[in-house]
Design a protein around this ligand. Structure first.
Ligand code: IFM
Length: 473
């Protein structure tokens, strides 16, 4: 087992100006609705697939659920004050579809929208730019009952919901992200069953991919049309990594092609270039899976975007052989195996690979040429609270420092990276891991709902300020 870093394993980095970041570089923090809001049955909100999934015994660590979470729904003004205190210019949050359009069909729920209008007011009153994500995994349960993302109709429902949200908030909010991490929605939710709704069927997972992308494209097209000449920065956020071959062998390079194909190109090729990657389509066909593409879908999916949101946590090394050297697995399929490296890890057991963020950003620039913003980056560690109440999270601070340096390095080498948002503003409901895994730069005491700035939050605040002050342009 490789080392999980501990709070003692690194020295606390000193805040310093990050060279090479432009004056208009965006600094932010990010959250999502189900992970922080709580108030699951308040003001007309109906259950999402995550409320249902949390009822399944064993689905979520400790039987945790999002009913209360960080109680952000009731503590929103104080939380915005907290955000303002960090000196960030942007706050990325998601709208809860079952709050805005209970059941996923029909008119908007005024009370649900009011919450987000108040949030936008609070943010803008403090000079913070709201950055909205329309879908961060909380599909209304009624739509899952009608077939979920493997069903085409869900894409149409999503576009309708997106318009309800845009009509209510588009006059004041310019930054819109359609989906957060469709790979997770589709593959973790429908193929591997470890996220809501917990289905385990590869074919359904791939149908979900297409309908998520279709929903993205339909929503993007309608938002762009409705925006007219109003300011609009429209994008999608993908979870992206790097795939490095363990050796120069043909088998390892093929494993990387497959990993990159299913993890990156399956999303970015249609979104940016209007076509699914041929090699991935062929690999899927060999497994009897066909993407349910209809006439006009790819044109919709390729609606022009202004920005690509990149969520980066780690890169990976791949082998095309099993541990005992076989090129095929038990089903006779070619092996795509992530190989463990002797690298420090986070509490999620994820390898820490900041240099691979630079590699990723340069590759995105080369192959897709869209401006990027790091819409999530951060780490879970097992925090300790010191006797004086402080949280000396040296490892998280070092993780942030190394990844921000990696962003600056990518910029210096030509990648058009325009912002960095730390995941997450505060500890929250980490999906199937429940509340055990803490990603926040602000600690949440779930018994009292008290928020405490961790050392990483203070470091982030000071780094942003020093970087801004150092600018001469
Ligand atoms: O907490 C999640 C977030 O909801 C989506 N991106 C990854 C984070 C850490 O697992």
């Amino acid at each position: 087992m490789n080392p999980v870093t501990t709070s003692q394993s690194r020295r606390l980095p000193r805040p310093a100006a990050v060279p090479g970041l432009p004056a208009d570089f965006r600094w932010g923090v990010a959250t999502s609705a189900y992970q922080i809001e709580g108030a699951a049955a308040t003001d007309g909100r109906t259950p999402s697939i995550w409320d249902t999934f949390c009822d399944v015994p064993g689905a979520v660590e400790g039987g945790d659920r999002g009913d209360v979470a960080c109680d952000h729904y009731h503590r929103m003004p104080q939380d915005v004050e907290l955000i303002a205190g960090l000196g960030v210019d942007t706050y990325r949050f998601s709208l809860a579809w079952p709050r805005i359009q209970p059941g996923g069909r029909g008119p908007a729920n005024g009370k649900g929208l009011d919450f987000y209008k108040r949030l936008v007011d609070e943010l803008q009153g403090r000079g913070i730019t709201p950055w909205i994500t329309l879908y961060h995994w909380d599909l209304p349960q009624e739509l899952e009952d009608a077939g979920g993302w493997p069903a085409r109709d869900t894409a149409l429902r999503f576009a309708d919901y997106a318009m309800l949200a845009y009509e209510a908030l588009g006059d004041r909010v310019a930054h819109w992200t359609t989906l957060n991490e469709p790979w997770c929605s589709a593959m973790l939710g429908y193929a591997y069953g470890v996220h809501a709704p917990g289905r385990r069927n590869l074919g359904e997972g791939l149908h979900a991919v297409h309908h998520l992308l279709l929903g993205h494209g339909l929503a993007a097209g309608r938002i762009r049309e409705a925006a007219g000449t109003n300011p609009l920065e429209l994008g999608i956020t993908l979870n992206l990594g790097t795939a490095t071959p363990e050796t120069g062998s043909e088998a390892d390079r093929e494993a990387c092609r497959r990993a990159d194909g299913l993890g990156t190109r399956l999303y970015l090729d249609p979104v940016v270039h209007g076509a699914y990657p041929r090699d991935v389509v062929e690999d899927l066909a060999a497994q009897g899976i066909e993407l349910p593409v209809q006439e006009g879908d790819l044109a919709a999916i390729a609606t022009p975007l202004d920005v690509l949101g990149v969520n980066f946590y780690r890169g990976a090394l791949f082998s095309g052989l099993t541990e005992d050297g076989s090129p095929t697995d038990a089903d006779g399929l070619p092996v795509t195996r992530a190989v463990e490296r002797d690298l420090p890890r986070t509490a999620m057991d994820w390898e820490i690979t900041p240099g691979e963020l630079t590699d990723l950003l340069l590759r995105l620039e080369r192959d897709y040429a869209l401006p990027t913003v790091i819409t999530e980056n951060g780490a879970a560690f097992d925090d300790t609270v010191a006797p004086d109440g402080s949280v000396p999270d040296t490892d998280r601070t070092a993780y942030l420092a190394d990844h921000i340096d990696a962003v600056a390095e990518a910029r210096a080498r030509g990648a058009d990276v325009r912002g960095y948002f730390a995941w997450s503003l505060m500890d929250n409901f980490e999906w199937a891991y429940g509340y055990d895994k803490r990603f926040g730069i602000v600690r949440v005491d779930y018994d009292t709902q008290q928020r405490t700035l961790k050392d990483s939050a203070k470091w982030y605040r000071d780094t942003i300020q020093l970087t801004r002050n150092a600018r001469t342009d």
